[in-house]
Every structure is written in structure tokens, then in C-alpha cells.
Design a binder for this molecule. Sequence first.
Ligand SMILES: [Zn+2]
Length: 423
Amino acid sequence: MVTVYSADLVVPMTAPPMPDGAVAVEGGRILHVGTRAWVLDHLRDEGRTVDERRLDGVLTPGLVNAHTHLQYSRMGSVGAGRYDGFDDWATAFSAVYDAGGQDWGAAAAEGARALLAAGVTAAADIATDSPAATALADAGLHGIQYWEVMNWSNAAWRRGGREQVIAELERVPRSPGSGLSPHAPYSLDAEPLLDIPDIVRAHGGRLHIHLGESHFEGARAGAVDWHFAGVESFRALRESGYGASATEFVDRLGVLGPDCHVAHGVYMAAEDRALLRARGTSVALCPRSNEVIGLEEPPVAAYLSEGSPIAVGTDSLSSSPSLDPMADVAALVGIARRQGYAGGDLHERLLAAATLGGARAMGIDIGPDRLGHLAVGAIADLTGFRMAVGSVADALAQLAEAAPVDRLTVVGGEPRSGEEEER
Ligand SMILES: [Zn+2]
């Protein structure tokens, strides 16, 4: 039995949008993609029994939320505030986090359900407390589960921090995928930042770091050739008068690469953005979180014009109104236009960022368990948007600017949310 998901418009991301299209699924993987007539004819010729599930609207690859912390899904009270920058927000966040008494596992499970309801099938999820470290695996979501590493001094790291983090990484489920998230250049000293990439690469995992989220990470006047100056940390580098950006700092420590993606990328000069491109490092843009925290808008027009690999994340509910990446896509459309981006490809590129771009950021766009695009052999992760479809351009514009919330979520070929009653 082959399941065929058909829709008024199918958007594969790695092929042109296809009116009256269909995706055939067998064993959790995509068997055929094409026009509905072609797919059904093909299956009939093969003598296959077909179960067709019709969606009135648009079918895309499953949405990928490329930056979130599901364990903070009950911290909406913090996310409902408005702040004067990163430090101001961090004070409000810490007041709740440090008070304790939270059930991080239950909160993360709640967040995973919210992802599925929003059409998200894969996520870059960062766990800071162990009860949250199985959230993706428990929910049957795809993506990478990152273990967060922060607040290690060089001395404490040498005294056993390194061994502790190796043991913690071993406890993160390897399925769907695992990695380490060194929190940020300013919350770890230089030695842990230098060691963590080696630890994770030896383990075969992925890296994810907050970068360019705080204003002081941007480049300053002053010497940048600090490499042999023996600085203990990024903060010490700045106190010594060096002007290198946080991006240049972590690059020298070997953090960047195609197996790493960064979150936010707000305070990034052209040189920083060029470094990310040179290293094959994607940036997950989280514009609604940036707005809540009171940051500037991310330079999305520059990223697009320069051809930087971008993805879309919501961040957590402690700094964002929802876990729906399509709301961030809509925000990015407005920001890109205000920044002067005039390309006619804006909608299509931002939709690609929220699907294929997120998969690419985590290295799961290729290989045996590839997703983020609709092509034969890929994992059958799909998102359906119930909406009236006119022209292809109008449908893509509506999706990018105001995506309907009535959605179907299919993970590995199985409907997980938003399935209509039998008609
Ligand atoms: Zn974050």
C-alpha cells in the first residue's frame, strides 16, 4: 500500500513548485514526487494499491525550526515581556530559571507537541538540564538534540569539566542526532571553546552556538591579531584592547565549519558574514526573539544578497511568542524589505530557509536520512497548509507573509497533527 498526499500546489524546494502535485510515500520515505496525474499513473502501471489523502492547499517539506530550547516552553511569562537588550532579558530569564522547581522534561514535551501542531517535523533543540535531553527522541521528531555547555572557566574545565561534558554528551540519544552547544563566546573561556569542537567531532556529532546575539560581540577598533597573546577568554580579549569580533574569535578556536550552525547572527559585519560563508556555516535567524529581547534586526537582506546559508528558528518561549517558524518567516519578509531587498525571489528563498535551509544547517539535507526537501528517497516529512490556491506566486506570497495556521504535519510518512476527520 502506497500513501499519496496530493494538493493544489506541491513545493519540493529542490525543484520548481508544482500545481496539482502529489507525493507518494512508502515505508516512511518518498517514493515519487510529481504532478498528481503522473504519480497516480505511475503507481497504477506498477500495479500498486493507492491510499490518496487530499489536501486543499499547499504541501511543502516539513518545517525545520533551526533554533529552540524546548525545555523553556513554560517560561512564556518571560517571553511576554519587552527588554532593553540581552543583559536586561537575561536578568528576567535568570530570575525564573534560578528559582528552580521546574519540570524541564514535561515542559520540553509540551514544546515538542507545539512544534508538531505548527507543522514542524525537525528541530535544533538545545537541552540545558538532563530531563529535557530526550525531547526530540520522545516526540518522534527529527533534527539534532544539543547538550548545552556554559559557564566553564579554563581552570574548572581542566579540573574535570572536559570529562563531565564528554559523559553528558554520551547520555544524549544518538537518534535522531546529537551534538554540543557551547552557549556563546562570552559564557565560556577559551580552553573549553577550543576543546568542545574536538570532542563533538570525535563523537560524530554537530555543533550549534549563539553568535552575534549580544551587541558587544561585534567588531571594534583595535588590533585583531591576538592569536598568540594568551588571552583567557573573549571578555579578556576585549579588556586587553583587541577589537576582533566574536565570530573571528570562535573561528580561530575551530568552532565554525559545515558541521556547525549559529543562532541569531544579528551583530555581524560583512567580514563576519564572509567568514560564515567561507566555513560553510549556516545562521538560524530568530527575528521575533531579537525583537522581544530588544536587539537590532538581523541583516537578512545582506545574508540573502551575499548568498549566505540561512535557516529560521523561533528560539524558546522565554523570548518568543510561539514555536512556529512561519511567524519568523513573515517577520523576515518585512525586515528584508525595510533593509532594501528587492529581489522577486524573497518569498521562495525564505520558505526554503524554513525547510531546506534548516536541514542544511544541521547537515541532514543529505545522506541516508535526508529531509527538508521533497525528492525520491528522502524521509517523508511534509507540512500541509490548508488554503485557497490561486497563482503559484500568490500562494508563495501568502505562505511567507501570513501562513494559515490550519496545517497537516506528516513525520516519516505518518500524520502527527492536523489530520481531518474522514470525509
Ligand atoms: Zn537560544
